[in-house]
Design a protein around this ligand. Structure first.
Ligand code: HEC
Length: 198
C-alpha cells in the first residue's frame, strides 16, 4: 500500500530542491550559458586560407589530386580552336535524343535560359542582347549550322567561338547535349517555313 502523503511530500521536496538549485546556479542574462562538451562545436581546425604547418607548401587549401574530377563534372577532352572543334565533330555522339520527352523539355529550358538572349527563341537571332547593339549571331537554322555535327555544336557551346563566349562554367555537360537536341528540334520544326533559315 503506497502512502500517498509520503509520495506527495517527497515530490514536493524534490520540487523545492530543483527550484532552489535553479536559483542557485542562475546567471545574469548577458552571460552565455555553460557549454557542455565544447569540443563538439568548437572543433580546433585550420580555416581555408590560414597558413598550415602540416603541409610542405604551408597552405591549408589543397589542390585536387591529379587525375580527379569534381562530382558531376564530366571531362570534355577538347581544347578551344578549330582543330579540336572539328575533331569533336567527328568523334562525339550525342548521348541524348529527341525520343526522350524529359530531354526535350530540359533542352528547351536550358536553351531558353542561356541562348535566347542572343540567338532568339526560334534560333534565328535577334535576342534582347542583339537589340541593344551586340553584333547579331548567324541564324542557327541556316544550312551551314544544320550540317554542323552535334559534336561541333557542343564544342562551340563549351569553348565559345569568336564573339560567342564559353558556357562551360554555367551549363553542365549533359545539359549542353540536351541544348543540342533542342537546336535540332528548332531546325527540324522550321522546315515548314524555309524562309526562316536564310
Ligand atoms: C552573347 C551572345 C551569345 C550567346 C549567349 C550565345 N551565343 Fe551562340 N553565337 C553568338 C555569336 C556572336 C556567334 C557567331 C560567332 C562567330 O562569329 O563565329 C554564335 C555562334 C553560334 C553557333 C555557330 C553557328 C554557325 O552557324 O556558325 C552555334 C551553334 C551557337 N552559337 C549556339 C549557341 C548556343 C546553343 C547557345 C546557348 C548555350 C549560345 N550559342 C549562346 C552569340 C551568342
Amino acid at each position: 500500500m503506497i502512502n500517498s502523503r509520503l509520495v506527495q511530500s517527497v515530490l514536493g521536496g524534490l520540487l523545492v530542491l530543483t527550484l532552489g538549485l535553479n536559483w542557485y546556479v542562475r546567471q545574469p542574462s548577458l552571460v552565455p550559458n555553460i557549454e557542455f562538451a565544447p569540443d563538439m562545436y568548437r572543433t580546433p581546425r585550420f580555416n581555408t586560407y590560414e597558413p598550415n604547418s602540416n603541409f610542405a607548401d604551408g597552405m591549408t587549401l589543397r589542390l585536387p589530386v591529379a587525375g580527379t574530377i569534381a562530382r558531376g563534372n564530366k571531362p570534355f577532352p577538347y581544347g578551344p580552336g578549330f582543330r579540336d572543334s572539328s575533331r569533336a565533330g567527328r568523334e562525339l555522339v550525342n548521348p541524348f535524343s529527341s525520343s526522350d520527352a524529359s530531354t526535350l523539355e530540359r533542352g528547351a529550358v536550358v536553351y531558353n535560359r542561356y541562348c535566347t538572349l542572343c540567338h532568339g527563341v526560334d534560333g534565328t537571332g535577334g535576342g534582347p542582347v542583339v537589340d541593344r547593339g551586340f553584333p547579331g549571331p548567324p541564324s542557327l537554322l541556316r544550312p551551314f549550322t544544320r550540317r554542323m555535327p552535334d559534336g561541333q555544336i557542343i564544342h562551340i557551346i563549351t569553348h565559345g567561338r569568336s564573339r560567342m563566349p564559353s558556357h562551360a562554367a554555367q551549363i553542365p555537360l549533359d545539359d549542353r547535349w540536351k541544348i543540342v537536341v533542342h537546336v535540332r528540334e528548332l531546325q527540324n520544326n522550321a522546315v515548314a517555313s524555309p524562309e526562316a533559315g536564310e
